[in-house]
Design a binder for this molecule. Structure first.
Ligand SMILES: [Zn+2]
Length: 177
């Protein structure tokens, strides 16, 4: 399977795109924000590693698709900010959003405009987006790409991951399972 790598230069929301196989309209796409602990170290604090693994399995099963991997550690707060947030969460028993607020960090500073533009530049006009994030869906639609949402359903790896996902769902105002 041929994988092409494209760079996405953006000072805050850049990264890389892996274009896997011969893509066409309606292919699977994952826009993933970097999570060093979850993606590389298999931390059970969150579900990022599971989501990335599942998305890549689905793309590989189809033989083509796009992974946009964005350098947006800690919802855009960076690795240091995220580490401070995790410590605050532990210390005060807060959820991740309340911890960020206590530290004066924006709860989520990620933007997906550059990622959506890249998908448009790849010639895509409709995609199946592997996501649970309304912000990602809205950004892609703003780039005139039609989106069918393919929710990523993963099993939380721990009670901590379950609490993280509950906080995220509450933050996004998503219906609970
Ligand atoms: Zn994570």
């Amino acid at each position: 399977m041929v994988i092409r790598v494209a760079e996405l230069p953006d000072p805050h929301d850049g990264g890389h795109a892996l274009v896997i196989g011969d893509i066409a309209d309606n292919c699977l796409v994952r826009i993933h924000s970097r999570c060093l602990y979850g993606d590389a170290l298999q931390s059970d604090d969150c579900d990022c590693g599971n989501e990335l693994g599942l998305a890549m399995d689905l793309i590989q099963d189809e033989g083509s698709g796009v992974l946009v991997y964005l350098e947006q550690e800690g919802r855009g707060a960076g690795l240091i900010g995220k580490a401070m947030g995790l410590r605050t969460t532990e210390q005060f028993g807060l959820d991740t959003y309340a911890s960020y607020a206590r530290l004066g960090l924006p709860s989520d500073s990620r933007k997906y405009v550059a990622a959506a533009q890249l998908l448009s530049d790849l010639g895509l006009t409709r995609i199946r987006l592997l996501t649970n994030s309304p912000a990602k869906i809205a950004a892609v639609e703003s780039a005139d790409i039609r989106v069918s949402v393919e929710p990523l359903v993963t099993r939380p790896k721990s009670e901590r991951a379950r609490r993280y996902l509950d906080a995220q769902r509450e933050h996004h105002k998503l219906p609970s399972e």
